[in-house]
Design a protein around this ligand. Structure first.
Ligand SMILES: Nc1nc2c(ncn2[C@@H]2O[C@H](COP(=O)(O)OP(=O)(O)OP(=O)(O)O)[C@@H](O)[C@H]2O)c(=O)[nH]1
Ligand SMILES: [Mg+2]
Ligand SMILES: [Zn+2]
Length: 329
């Protein structure tokens, strides 16, 4: 895909030659381009890391309307010194391994890619202040499974409330979880983040930036306060920012608080694929079975009746399936 843009490269004076053999994806369009990774985007300006230096860049014209998002691996030309006022150009975006997408809500036809190339979706939820929103967690889980990302449930503010009730809801789904509290030990979190790129999502005020600051001492992310009357955060973080974990042990992406997680882009039949054990039981389902609660002859019901499926796991799966299409959050 990437090279399609190269063919319309208006910055090359030479007309594109007819290709005699197919180009491979790896073939660079620009010989002098260097590799970079997008750490943040601000009004059409991209901050990249190139050889450990922060480098400002803009999109080169050949990329056209193609979006460039945090986490994208890119090729850049021009001034990559990182000096004040220097500006380079992104000429190529490497094919993405994963894309985290959401729509503003379920009626919004515009699907936005929030982050590229993250392997893990950290669903950050405060146990109190603001109150947990199980529906939002469910919807984020659906997005993670749909994107082929490993979900991690991160329950913050355990100094304010007990995590057990919330955890019991997610146990049967087999989702990994960590619990954090003010001043608490972060070893379990570090272990889960180690060696991969993770993106944090959650409502405003749940403590995403607080956690990033604790994990990356040089991060200096702004932290807000939660309104004691409304229980809402103040949307302190306004753009996604990717940071390297100490010891080059992976990457963490802080994102602005979300109010909803629009899933209009998720096809219902993809969710079951994230649960191979359940998927196996749906082989004899009638054509077009959604495996939902109200399906008359679903294999999941057969399996529960026969005792081969854990009823709690089936109902948790169905809760997620239903969460996909309920536009409450
Ligand atoms: N009691 C308690 N407060 C916490 C904890 N973690 C974060 N906070 C507080 O929660 C408030 C919001 O924290 P932020 O880190 O700004 O939250 P955020 O998720 O980044 O919010 P947005 O950027 O608005 O999306 C701050 O006042 C933090 O001090 C915790 O474990 N316990
Ligand atoms: Mg924040
Ligand atoms: Zn079925």
């Amino acid at each position: 895909m990437t090279n399609r843009y190269g063919e319309h490269d208006q910055e090359h004076y030479e007309r594109p030659r007819r290709r005699t053999r197919p180009r491979t994806k790896e073939r660079p369009t620009y010989d002098d381009a260097v590799d970079g990774v997008v750490v943040t985007v601000d009004r059409g300006r991209y901050t990249l890391l190139v050889d450990g230096r922060k480098v400002m860049a803009m999109k080169a014209r050949p990329l056209g309307r193609k979006g460039v998002v945090v986490g994208d691996r890119v090729r850049v030309v021009g001034d990559v010194s990182g000096n004040d006022g220097s500006l380079s150009r992104i000429v190529e975006v490497t094919e993405r391994v994963t894309t985290l997408r959401r729509t503003a809500d379920d009626d919004d036809p515009v699907e936005r890619i929030i982050v590229a190339n993250a392997e893990q979706l950290v669903i950050v939820t405060a146990l109190a202040d603001p109150e947990p929103q199980p529906r939002l967690i469910d919807r984020a889980l659906v997005a993670a499974f749909d994107a082929g990302m490993q979900p991690l449930l991160c329950l913050t503010k355990a100094d304010l409330a007990d995590p057990e009730t919330l955890l019991s809801t997610y146990r049967s789904l087999g989702v990994h979880w960590v619990v954090t509290e003010r001043g608490g030990d972060l070893d379990a979190v570090r272990e889960r983040l180690s060696g991969k790129t993770s993106v944090m999502v959650g409502s405003s005020g749940v403590g995403k930036s607080t956690l990033v600051n604790a994990l990356v001492p040089t991060a200096h992310r702004d932290v807000g306060v939660v309104n004691t009357v409304t229980g809402r955060g103040r949307h302190t973080s306004t753009s996604a920012y990717m940071l390297e974990l100490p010891g080059a042990d992976g990457w963490i992406i802080d994102t602005p608080g979300i109010r909803s997680f629009g899933l209009a882009h998720v096809q219902p039949w993809t969710l079951i694929e994230a649960f191979p054990d359940l998927d196996e039981m749906t082989e004899d389902c009638p054509r077009g079975c959604t495996h939902g609660d109200d399906e008359p002859e679903c294999g999941l019901d057969v399996a529960v009746t026969e005792g081969t499926a854990d009823p709690e796991r089936v109902s948790s799966f169905r809760r997620l399936l239903a969460a996909r299409s309920v536009s409450v959050y």
